[in-house]
Design a protein around this ligand. Structure first.
Ligand code: SAM
Length: 281
């Protein structure tokens, strides 16, 4: 067993809303979507409006603002609120070894065979947030096959999150999923935080990338896109999974979040390969 059993169970990345949410007002939604595009660079046309409306209203209420119009107006003047608004829309909740049983399966069924049979392994962590996922992949690769060259492309829409991910520094609370043995091998304690070693960071290339707008690189042996598409429309998700298929090598694996699945999987040219895994034939 490769996995660390002390990892915490998954938590839903849902912002609590305590006030009743007003019905979707299309004109107000369109105004907000226009502002979000120009202010934050996010195209909400590919997000589910009802969920976005609920989250934005909940966020506005939590910030003491009466509605999304007031939120947008204040975010234009207030850089801290603007960043919090972006963080809320993109939901960057993450952790090391998120859903440990899924990582166990990845290791035993796919990662070990890949690392033991191929000269080089290329992995994409799409929507990598603060870097927990690419660093989890790097730890596993070092443990399974330290001499096999592994390249991990770690991308996210949010430049601020990526800047923090590049620093590789994590608080004690953020390290909850990492065992003492792994901390000792892959991290150094600096003041109260844990700093990822250069060895752990070496396979990772960090890059800003919008999954809804930017071209996809290829080929990859493994693509991890976990807990990123929750609020995307069904059309946007189908388009994204089709593009992931094209970016995978034959027999390459797509690894999704614990609550995610692809209903029309065969029609987009992927095969189910166990709980949240899909394979390019
Ligand atoms: C909940 S985190 C998931 C992190 C990690 N994959 C995990 O499962 O723990 C979602 C991440 O997706 C990113 N994201 C949201 N929309 C995106 C898009 N269109 N393109 C790229 N990244 C996006 C967010 O910025 C956020 O960091």
């Amino acid at each position: 067993m490769v996995m660390d059993t002390s990892a915490r169970p998954d938590r839903p990345a849902i912002l609590p809303t305590f006030a009743p949410v007003p019905d979707l007002d299309q004109a107000a939604y369109d105004r907000m979507a226009d502002s979000v595009r120009s202010l934050l660079g996010i195209d909400l046309s590919q997000y589910k409006p009802a969920q976005v409306w609920r989250r934005v209203n909940g966020f506005a209420t939590a910030k003491g603002l009466p509605d999304p119009d007031a939120l947008v107006a204040k975010a234009k003047q207030d850089a801290v609120l603007k960043q919090a608004f972006l963080d809320m829309l993109t939901i960057n909740v993450s952790e090391f070894f998120r859903n440990p049983e899924a990582w166990d399966m990845l290791v035993e069924k796919y990662l070990k065979p890949m690392l033991r049979s191929q000269p080089t392994v290329r992995i994409w962590s799409a929507g990598c947030s603060l870097g927990f996922e690419p660093l989890t992949l790097s730890m596993l690769a070092h443990e399974i096959a330290p001499n096999v060259p592994v390249k991990i492309l770690a991308t996210d829409l949010d430049e601020t999150i990526l800047a923090r991910a590049r620093q590789g520094s994590y608080t004690e609370a953020q390290m909850a999923g990492v065992s003492p043995a792994r901390r000792a091998r892959f991290f150094r304690q600096v003041d109260k935080n844990w700093q990822a070693t250069p060895e752990l960071q070496a396979p990772i290339t960090w890059r800003r990338h919008d999954l809804l707008r930017d071209p996809y690189q290829q080929p990859f042996d493994l693509i991890c896109c976990r807990n990123v598409v929750i609020y995307f429309t069904e059309t946007a998700k189908t388009d994204l999974y089709t593009r992931f298929r094209d970016s995978l090598r034959p027999a390459g694996i797509l690894f999704l979040g614990a609550t995610e699945s692809i209903p029309n999987v065969r029609s987009i040219g992927l095969l189910p390969a166990g709980s949240t895994f899909y394979q390019r034939p």
